[in-house]
Write a protein that binds this ligand. Structure first.
Ligand code: ATP
Length: 454
């Protein structure tokens, strides 16, 4: 991943084509669509949920299961309100907001470059903006039957805070010594002023976060270690290398408690944008929660008897943003030799929603073809389709990123062989139906995937 921002890379994907494909094939679409949608909220359909689950499984496999030093948790979305006072969110988690007095639209004061003309003013197209004021991004709710301020709670704005508040229990029950990590995947909510760019900036989204607790003398080393690990993760997802970069934060961008931070950025069709943040958060969180909860969250080294508050290296990746980046990276409208074109999603097999489709050449062949599909389904997510001409059926699979299509034809009845067609090259080969599982396993999982994303 290059740190050099001077890149000539581009992303030719047209967002409107991708958004339309996602709706048409039921990957991702507006939530509450029949009511006209709700801004900043999205639903994942049958294929979208497979794609997103595969990404989460790949992360969990890499960050939790393959490691001896990381444990997983799944904590409540609503935490004790003091949590958000201790974390600084109640006081500081806000964006500067301005209103247009004429058209009544709201904008982020730091994102006014592309807000377009005001539709409501006469003689000018400029908005009539108010001075900026701070708008807290946490979504509020009430617990119990009353709506008193005392019963106000917040939907979590990030998944990591409960990792800090659970730190002591998890350390004690899992008997880990420093260094070790706690990981979580879950929903987070932010009342973004301007949700935009499809799912990129939503009000409800998922994060996959790791908080890695280290001795203060080792924080730089572990920060560097996690930078490397997280770059490897994104490379292994198959992103075009020239569309990924690591951008270290400038000193004036750092949160006041942070010593170092870097973003993993992807070149979306709308520019370079963060998909993951890696932060050295120091001892801020554990110290604040110790103070607010009145519980000592420090640790004692059993050998040296040294007492210290661990430092935290955090890796925080947006699942929805990374899913969107994967789609933008994979989508292509390919011109074919015969003058036709096809839509293809060149997704890495580890994240592809469907791993293989079984397509009998004729409905008369459905029985043996269904038997093959049932056998393959014991291993992977497999689609069966017997209607329409075979060319159209291939195209439908290309468009949702299915790496392999398997055709059972009249010859198969005699020789026990099937046609295996590969998505990217469109090349076809005949292979024995008996060896299909082993063959697919080699090709799907040999591509760098793992058992996690089946
Ligand atoms: P941004 O500056 O783009 O608002 P951030 O720096 O506030 O992002 P973090 O708080 O570091 O983001 O959150 C970690 C990750 O969570 C981000 O890298 C991103 O992938 C994801 N994320 C944050 N806000 C949103 C959102 N509104 N919609 C979708 N994903 C989000």
């Amino acid at each position: 991943m290059a740190a050099d921002p001077e890149t000539t890379a581009t992303n030719p994907t047209r967002m409107e084509d991708l958004v339309s494909l996602c709706a048409r094939r039921g990957l991702i679409f507006q939530s509450s669509e029949i009511y006209g949608g709700i801004n900043g909220f999205w639903d994942y359909g049958p294929l979208g949920v497979e794609l997103k689950n595969n990404l989460k499984a790949f992360w969990w496999q890499r960050v939790v299961r393959e490691r001896e030093d990381v444990e997983g948790v799944d904590s409540a979305i609503v935490a004790h309100p003091r949590t958000w006072e201790a974390s600084g969110h109640v006081e500081h988690f806000s964006d500067p907001m301005v209103d247009c007095r004429a058209c009544k639209k709201r904008f982020r004061a730091d994102q006014l470059d592309d807000i377009g003309p005001c539709p409501s003013r006469e003689g000018t197209s400029e908005h009539d903006l108010t001075p900026a004021r701070h708008f807290n991004l946490m979504l509020r709710t009430f617990i119990g039957a009353s709506e008193e301020a005392a019963d106000t709670a917040y939907l979590r704005a990030e998944t990591c805070q409960s990792i800090f508040t659970d730190f002591r229990r998890i350390r004690e029950t899992s008997r880990h010594k420093i260094p070790f990590g706690i990981a979580q995947i879950g929903k987070a909510f932010r009342n973004e002023i301007n949700p935009r760019n499809f799912t990129f900036r939503s009000r409800e989204f998922e994060q996959a976060e790791l908080e890695y607790f280290v001795h203060p003398s080792e924080r730089e080393r572990w920060f560097e270690y996690w930078l490397d690990e997280r770059q490897r993760f994104h490379r292994d997802l198959g992103f075009a290398p020239e569309r990924l970069r690591m951008r270290p934060h400038e000193p004036d961008e750092l949160a006041h408690y942070a010593k170092a931070a870097a973003d993993v950025e992807y070149l979306f069709p709308f520019g370079w944008q963060e998909i993951e943040g890696i932060h050295d958060r120091g001892d801020w969180d554990l110290t604040r929660h110790s103070e607010y909860a009145g519980r000592d969250l420090g640790v004692t080294d059993e050998e040296t008897k040294e007492k210290f508050v661990p430092m935290v290296i955090e890796t925080s990746v947006g699942i929805d943003r990374t899913t969107l980046a994967l789609l933008c990276d994979a989508f292509e409208v390919e011109e074919l030799a015969d003058g036709e074109s096809r839509n293809v999603l060149r997704l890495h097999p580890v994240v592809a929603p469907i791993k293989a489709a079984v397509l009998p050449l004729s409905k008369k062949l459905s029985e043996p073809a269904r038997r093959i599909a049932a056998e393959l389904r014991r291993h992977w997510n497999v689609f069966y389709d017997e209607s329409g001409n075979i060319g159209r059926r291939y195209r439908r699979q290309d468009e949702v990123g299915t790496p392999f299509c398997i055709t059972w034809d009249f010859e198969s009845e005699d020789d026990g062989q099937v046609t295996l067609r590969e998505r990217d090259s469109m090349q076809q080969e005949r292979i024995s139906a008996d060896g299909l599982v082993a063959h697919l396993r080699r090709r799907l999982e040999g591509a760098g995937g793992s058992e996690a994303a089946r």
